[in-house]
Design a binder for this molecule. Structure first.
Ligand SMILES: C[S@@+](CC[C@H](N)C(=O)[O-])C[C@H]1O[C@@H](n2cnc3c(N)ncnc32)[C@H](O)[C@@H]1O
Length: 275
């Protein structure tokens, strides 16, 4: 069986800690992810792989006329999403949540005016299958926004070998399980192949150094949060040892104190239109 035939397991898991992390991640990255997202001219979107509703809450807040139909395959994520969105007054009556696979949606053709996908295609065996399906349920002229990782771009200075090795082991693990930690760079091809037009891609970059020490600290802590979320999975698979994790923690501690520290990471955002 090739890696691409396997059903991928969501590498960060569905624990309460991970669900809480998704809210922190969405809120922290909002300033970059939403810089050029514009749904102000439309009434409804489909949000594919909505998870715990961490992006939904932002979409509904930023676009007060928008209604979102949110889908995800995981019950536990959807339960948390429902509970959370219910607490937000501004979200009342503006979202519908369905348990559904993005590979085979039950919506009719041309149902939605827009689509939003964030950090989902890296976890699926066939991004093209999902994008074809998204295209089917979008109306002519509808816009899609996809935000995805390019995990080869992560860099820390001074060099942190334990963190780097862990990061590449995490990428290997995701790849072996049928996901794609480098999928961001392929979005242009996928969108073209699945019949979208006006395909635009741009790199969004987190690049912090001593010029903005407070932001730098927040960004490094954000990365520590992300990387530590995969520790249990990689240790349980014997891909890394507990000693390695200790070495990695020490590197994080040191780099957080280092006045010359630099962190760089780019991810991709693609925008396209249904002809
Ligand atoms: C990293 S989470 C991101 C959630 C949300 N977009 C965010 O940014 O917080 C990825 C989500 O995609 C969902 N997912 C994975 N494969 C899916 C599929 N085939 N159909 C629908 N959802 C899927 C997972 O269950 C998970 O909740």
């Amino acid at each position: 069986m090739t890696a691409k035939n396997k059903q991928p397991v969501y590498i960060h898991g569905y624990s309460k800690e991970e669900q809480d992390r998704l809210y922190r991640q969405a809120e922290f990255m909002e300033f970059l992810v939403y810089r050029d997202v514009n749904f102000s001219q439309i009434d409804n979107i489909v949000e594919v792989g909505c998870g715990v509703g961490a992006q939904t809450q932002i979409l509904l807040r930023r676009f007060p006329h928008l209604k979102s139909t949110c889908i995800d395959i995981n019950d536990s994520q959807l339960k948390v999403a429902k509970r959370h969105l219910q607490t937000l007054g501004y979200a009342k009556d503006r979202y519908i949540i369905h348990k559904m696979s993005a590979e085979k949606m039950t919506f009719s053709d041309s149902t939605f005016q827009g689509a939003f996908l964030c950090w989902i295609l890296e976890h699926v065996p066939s991004p093209s299958r999902i994008l074809s399906e998204v295209r089917r349920v979008l109306a002519p002229g509808a816009n899609i926004y996809i935000t995805e990782v390019m995990n080869f771009s992560f860099f820390l200075d001074p060099y942190c070998p334990a963190i780097w090795k862990f990061w590449m082991t995490l990428n290997d693990c995701q790849y072996d399980r049928g996901g794609d930690p480098f999928v961001g760079v392929k979005l242009g091809n996928f969108l073209r192949d699945t019949g979208f037009t006006d395909v635009h891609t741009k790199m969004l970059t987190l690049y912090v150094d001593k010029r903005e020490p407070e932001l730098r600290e927040k960004v490094i802590l954000h990365w520590q949060d992300l990387i530590m979320s995969a520790v249990d999975e990689l240790v349980s698979q014997s891909r890394v040892t507990r000693d390695h994790v200790l070495a990695m923690k020490k590197e994080f501690k040191d780099i957080l104190k280092n006045p010359n520290a630099i962190l760089f990471d780019s991810f991709m955002q693609a925008q396209a239109r249904v002809p």
